[in-house]
Write a protein that binds this ligand. Structure first.
Ligand code: NAP
Length: 285
């Protein structure tokens, strides 16, 4: 047996098409297109590249992309004021603060200035709290949302399944566990203190690996036929390396997301979907 490889590029393209159609329907009703404002502070080359990709993807779907690039030495209070201005700006539907911010900046203070109704990343405590309550949310963190979309598009059964999430960060692991729980999976969250990780993951119908440990999840971690979602991306000599050892997992798993080309492309697609959802919630439509 060899796992079905989940094509994140194709699914992401399809999500972007859906968003573009949603934007057209929105503007056909006479509304201004959704607007995403991004704050990119400093000279981090990787961040600049991510933001360029986000901008290109947004514009291709008809979402207006407004970029703010304060200098690397901007004090916290000025960044907070900028986010507050965007918060008051009626034309802005969604705000994203690209992380990491320069070291002198109080990141929490800047991120906290983003209001829940313009929270493009889905990181606001109110939105995460709603997710934890199992309530409907118009936005959720983009990477876990992208993983859920892959499960959905490949018709992988989630309700009633045993799911194990490796990693408990607020960006990936925790919201992933909440989304799976809300979709009726029975979820176990593992982390660096978990004992006998492989024994836990071997119980799982769905394994989501988000630990940033290259190729740590090997074939002996996986129940035959399970779905393995690899969120990990560690820079390697010839491109990003996932948390999953494809050579040993592919022959055992039922489905597997490759790195690159699995979860990665989904993150930006879900950011665009979040932006459209926020525009709809704020302005109706
Ligand atoms: P993070 O904040 O560093 O969290 C890593 C988590 O993994 C922590 O909960 C940590 O446990 C756990 N962990 C570390 N080593 C472990 C081990 N040996 N066994 C079990 N658990 C272990 O990382 P993150 O932001 O969640 O990102 C995780 C990975 O996903 C990274 O490779 C990142 O680059 C990638 N990522 C990809 C995308 C994408 O779009 N594809 C988006 C976001 C992140 P403790 O809590 O006990 O420390």
């Amino acid at each position: 047996m060899s796992a079905v490889l989940i094509d994140g590029r194709a699914v992401a393209a399809s999500v972007r098409d859906d968003v573009a159609e949603g934007v057209r329907a929105f503007t056909d009703s006479g509304a201004a297109p959704p607007k995403l404002a991004v704050v990119l502070c400093g000279n981090n080359a990787a961040s600049a590249m991510y933001v360029r990709n986000k901008g290109r993807a947004a514009q291709n779907t008809g979402i207006v992309f407004e970029l703010h690039t304060p200098a690397a030495d901007t004090p916290t209070q000025e960044l907070v004021s900028l986010v507050r201005r965007l918060r008051e700006d009626e034309s802005v539907d969604a705000i994203l603060v690209q992380l990491p911010l320069p070291p002198q900046v109080d990141t929490q203070a800047v991120v906290d200035a983003v209001p829940p109704e313009k929270d493009a990343d889905g990181f606001h405590p109110l939105n995460l709290g709603r997710l934890a309550e199992g309530r409907h949310v118009s936005v959720a963190p983009c990477t876990p949302l992208g993983c859920m979309e892959l499960l959905h598009r490949y018709k992988i059964p989630v309700g009633g399944s045993r799911a194990v999430v490796l990693g408990r960060s607020i960006i990936v692991g925790r919201p992933m566990a909440l989304l799976l729980t809300n979709a009726d999976a029975t979820v176990t969250v593992c982390h660096s203190k978990t004992r006998d990780l492989a024994a836990v993951t071997r119980e799982a119908d769905i394994v989501v690996a988000a630990i940033g440990r290259p190729r740590m999840v090997t074939g002996d971690f996986v129940k035959p036929g399970a779905c393995v979602i690899d969120v990990g991306t560690t820079p390697g000599d010839s491109g990003p390396v996932g948390d999953v050892d494809r050579a040993t997992v592919e022959p055992v798993a039922g489905w597997l997301t490759p790195v690159p080309g699995g979860v990665g492309p989904m993150t930006i697609a879900m950011l665009l979907r979040n932006t459209l959802s926020l525009a709809r919630s704020r302005r109706g439509g």
